[in-house]
Write a protein that binds this ligand. Structure first.
Ligand code: HEM
Length: 482
């Protein structure tokens, strides 16, 4: 890969940094949003930054996003993900020619997270959440009416959502309703997850010795002989197992590593997203009351009167009616997501950005969109740092009109990526966050413990998805008198 010393005609401004090879990677890693903002002010909407030996061209103006997103052929997403994901999760690259048609079959399996299958998944998630809530939080001795219990909010979301999602995706042991050892699995997962940014940056896992051991332990959880003892497995995971079975050259540990990657995809962002949605609601009690009322109203429409001694079920249709809840979740995603959308340039060409503008790009360059800076743009979102419950509601419907420079934006909220790399689990994710919050609001009174500073974002995984809180938050809950 040749070093760009200067730009060719038509290329965006190039920022190299002082340290050869590393370029601006360190500065970017410290605070990506501020870094990009600073360079945008100096160089304009489009500039190229040399980072860790790669040239990344950032397109900062969201009005230009549609043209980047629709350039599927010349700007490829999979070239990047096919390289990074196998190294991170420990399976052989799927597009190496050794596994014909695997990539297509895997992509096709994503349909099983949507459509009719979403209804089944959503029902299964509801049952699992209810099971855990009953056994761990509503059972004997737990949070009796009138009696406050204390907890840490991230910890709480993590414990409930990790296990409920796991049961929904992978099923349960044939002989028991829950897996033993889930809390060990969760702890190992958290250790792996804390190294995730280094792995994605392609630091060889051999250098992170303990991480390699932990990863292997996590992978072993999904070995075929173990999974064959599970029942109630989702169609999505069953289908993936069938696809993997077709390839003799895959070892059992490789198959297990594929399943482990899906575990990461299904909880890695959902849990922090649950945390932020719960945190913003609990720290805005008037918003929380609006949402709680909305949930009761939707239940009443179906002539269900909520009572804490009965299990609650909320169907997919009922969840779809929860406009304020959805707005609260979207607003929380806006405030906490820092994913980067990446495309690899397939050939030297002139990339048309709009009617007047094009830029020259070279084969192998990376084009990056960084939606966080759009999510935090005061021109698009008034008082962008403030949580507003009704940010995404207008005239009793979902609001989709957001403007920049007087023009309506096609893309204004991008926590799930875009175009060909859009998250296939997005509908399920929103549903499960809704289900979790419905249960919290229906069963419990919730309060933040007094005297804490506000939760802030830990930006160490900027670029990779929903950010974690820099520190956990204490809250208390008690069973509501209904
Ligand atoms: C991919 C976000 C939940 C499955 C992605 C990507 C993003 C994302 C941004 C694209 C990555 C890229 O462009 O490089 C989120 C967020 C979630 C969430 C914010 C929760 C709030 C889920 C869930 C599942 C899931 C619950 C599965 C049950 C996947 C898969 C991919 C993916 C399989 C890879 C798709 C591919 O290779 O084309 N997600 N996700 N996600 N997500 Fe999600």
């Amino acid at each position: 890969y040749c070093l760009k010393v200067s730009t060719r005609e038509g290329e965006p401004p190039l920022i190299n940094g002082w340290i050869p090879y590393i370029g601006k990677a360190l500065e970017f890693g410290q605070d990506a949003n501020r870094f990009l903002d600073k360079h945008k002010r100096k160089f304009g909407d489009i500039f190229t930054v040399q980072m860790a030996g790669k040239y990344m061209t950032f397109v900062m103006d969201p009005l230009l996003f549609p043209n980047i997103i629709k350039h599927g052929r010349q700007l490829d997403f999979h070239e990047f993900s096919n390289k990074v994901a196998p190294m991170t999760f420990g399976y052989p690259p799927t597009n190496s020619g050794k596994f014909p048609h695997m990539q297509e079959q895997i992509s096709r399996s994503f349909q099983l997270l949507q459509g009719d299958n979403l209804t089944v998944l959503t029902e299964s998630m509801m049952g699992n959440l209810m099971l855990l809530l009953r056994q761990d939080y509503l059972g004997e001795g737990a949070g009796r009416e009138g009696c406050w219990r204390k907890s840490r909010m991230y910890e709480f979301c993590n414990s409930l959502m990790f296990e409920a999602t796991f049961l929904t995706m992978y099923g349960r042991p044939v002989t028991a309703p829950r897996h033993s050892g889930t809390s060990d699995l969760r702890e190992d997962f958290a250790r792996f997850d804390s190294m995730f940014p280094l792995l994605i940056a392609q630091i060889p896992i051999g250098l992170l010795r303990r991480t390699k051991t932990i990863r292997q332990k996590l992978i072993n959880y999904f070995l075929p002989h173990r999974m064959s003892c599970w029942s109630h497995t989702s169609q999505f995971i069953k289908r993936r197992s069938e696809v993997l079975e077709q390839y003799d050259t895959l070892r059992d540990t490789d198959k297990a590593a594929h399943h482990f990657a899906i575990l990461w995809a299904s909880v890695g962002n959902t849990i922090p997203a649950c945390f932020w949605s719960m945190y913003y609601l609990v720290s805005h009690p008037e918003a929380l009351e609006v949402v709680r009322q909305e949930i009761h109203d939707v239940l009443k429409l179906s002539e269900v009167e909520f009572s804490s001694d009965r299990d609650v079920t909320l169907s997919r249709e009922q969840l779809d009616k929860l406009l304020f809840l959805e707005s609260a979740i979207n607003e929380s995603l806006r405030l906490s997501s820092a994913s980067m959308n990446i495309r690899v340039v397939q050939e030297d060409f002139s990339l048309r950005l709009n009617a007047e503008r094009s830029v020259a790009v070279r084969k192998g360059d990376i084009i990056a969109l960084y939606p966080q800076s759009m999510h935090m743009d005061p021109e698009i979102y008034e008082e962008p740092q403030t949580f507003r419950l009704d940010r995404y509601i207008q005239d009793g419907r979902e609001k989709t009109d957001f403007f920049k420079d007087g023009q309506k934006l096609k893309y204004y909220l991008m926590p799930f990526g875009s175009g060909s790399s859009m998250c296939p689990g997005r509908y399920f994710a929103i549903n499960e966050i809704k289900q979790f919050l419905c249960m919290m609001l229906l069963y419990f009174d919730l309060q933040l413990e007094a005297g804490q500073s506000r939760a802030t974002l830990d930006s160490s995984r900027a670029g990779l998805g929903i950010l974690l809180p820099a520190q956990d938050v204490s809250f208390r809950y008690r069973l509501r008198a209904v």
